[in-house]
Design a protein around this ligand. Structure first.
Ligand SMILES: Cc1cc2nc3c(=O)[nH]c(=O)nc-3n(C[C@H](O)[C@H](O)[C@H](O)COP(=O)(O)OP(=O)(O)OC[C@H]3O[C@@H](n4cnc5c(N)ncnc54)[C@H](O)[C@@H]3O)c2cc1C
Length: 390
């Protein structure tokens, strides 16, 4: 067992921390208030090549180990949780899914573009199919000449919905023999370009938190997707969707960890500066206890996130068992920790914590989503419970 970061991991942490503080920090409050996606910030980020960390070198990527991926998300979220989820979806749910399940032609057409900085998204959820993802109603039908699928329906809750160029999107092939027979029968994964005929972006959601991340409805109105853009063939989409979430869930756990760290640091600094009754508030026992608990919970979340990332790495490198349980435990614990630490941070700052003069109110609003997306906390408990049979 070794708890030390490698030289490369420390270098990546330092680089991303520098980027987050120099580039994200000055604009994140305005972007949050005005719900503006980080367009210029993404371009600056791509200069580091980190948008290609889940893409093999032969397609222009810049692979790093799974703990480094978690460190990058953590450091981004420590300053700007919205930017961290944009990154997470791009590298985890979109690029990684194409890298794992795409054929050579799909990889060379799409991974190269994602490695160059075009933005990726992942579209599984619909208005009536969130937790119950098998209940998808978006339909795909092969054209008579067999060259295209025609997609119809509405997708919902798509992170990077408006910003993205490339979407991994799920719909049910109505001609598949399992369609209407099995609940997820016919589910098929497509790679969709934002400029394909019949594709458009609908309503952008007004949100409580991660407001600089655009979350949109996608409209499929006789959307023409070439058959070459189906991942792994018709009807094979459901395991692809679940596998992607299993992988990317660790990213959301890392996002939650970064939120805890950012909120805790703000509270710690404030508590040592703010005086009441003749001493810094950190030396009042109740505030000191909050800070001690915040530090401990954040560190515990960190260990679980890195352990899950380590298990994922071993699964893909050495064919060890899947990291499903570790990923769900990390997401469950880190999400609840982020919510708790951010709430305590607001308390430590008192009235100032309730204003936009300090980032803790934003962390408090941003933390909530980590208990909802990529499987709610209730779902994580179902997954963990399934994995802990005697
Ligand atoms: C900001 C944001 C960004 C998102 N980004 C994406 C994205 O990029 N791509 C994408 O595909 N989706 C995305 N989602 C969708 C997200 O994953 C879903 O919102 C989430 O899975 C929950 O689904 P739901 O909202 O339909 O809630 P529901 O499934 O309706 O759940 C409502 C409540 O019931 C509980 N519940 C439901 N079923 C069960 C059960 N069987 N047992 C116990 N409790 C249950 C849930 O835990 C929850 O508390 C995003 C959502 C948000 C809000």
């Amino acid at each position: 067992m070794d708890f030390e970061e490698t030289e490369e991991q420390s270098m990546i942490r330092e680089m991303v921390r520098g980027f987050a503080e120099e580039v994200l920090s000055p604009t994140c409050l305005t972007r949050d208030r005005e719900a503006l996606p980080p367009v210029e910030e993404w371009k600056a980020f791509c200069e580091y090549g980190l948008q290609g960390i889940t893409i093999p070198e032969k397609f222009g990527g810049n692979p790093v180990d799974d703990i480094s991926e978690a460190i990058i998300v953590e450091e981004l979220a420590r300053v700007d949780p919205s930017f961290s989820v944009m990154f997470c979806v791009h590298v985890g749910l979109c690029a990684k899914t194409i890298a794992l399940h795409g054929n050579e032609d799909q990889k060379s057409r799409y991974l190269t573009r994602l490695a160059e900085g075009e933005i990726g998204a992942y579209s599984l959820s619909e208005a009536g199919a969130g937790t119950d993802a098998a209940a998808l109603t978006c339909k795909a039908k092969l054209t008579e000449d067999g060259t295209h699928y025609v997609l119809n329906g509405e997708k919902m809750w798509v992170t990077n919905g408006k910003s993205a160029d490339i979407y991994v999107l799920f719909a049910k092939d109505v001609d598949h023999p399992d369609y209407g027979v099995k609940k997820h029968g016919g589910t098929t994964a497509f790679i969709v370009d934002s400029d394909m005929e019949g594709f458009s972006v609908g309503k952008k959601e007004e949100k409580l938190g991660i407001r600089s991340s655009d979350t949109c409805v996608l409209l499929l109105e006789d959307c023409m997707v070439p058959v070459e853009n189906v991942l792994k063939g018709s009807g094979n989409g459901f395991p692809i969707a679940m596998n992607a979430l299993d992988n990317s869930r660790i990213g959301i756990a890392a996002q939650a960890l970064g939120i805890s760290q950012g909120a805790y640091e703000s509270a710690l600094n404030y508590a040592h500066e703010r005086q009441s009754f003749g001493k810094p508030i950190a030396y009042h026992q109740s505030i000191g206890n909050y800070l001690a608990d915040m530090a401990t919970q954040t560190e515990a979340a960190r260990l679980m996130v890195y352990k899950a990332a380590w298990a994922k790495q071993r699964h893909y490198e050495n064919d060890e068992p899947r990291h499903t349980k570790e990923a769900s435990m990390a997401k469950l614990f880190a999400g609840d920790t982020a919510m708790w630490v951010a709430e305590r941070a607001v308390q430590v700052l008192g009235g100032y914590g309730y204003t936009t003069d300090f980032p803790v109110e934003r962390f408090f609003r941003d933390a909530k989503i980590t208990q909802i997306y990529e499987g709610t906390q209730e779902v994580q408990k179902i997954v963990i419970n399934r994995a802990i049979k005697p």
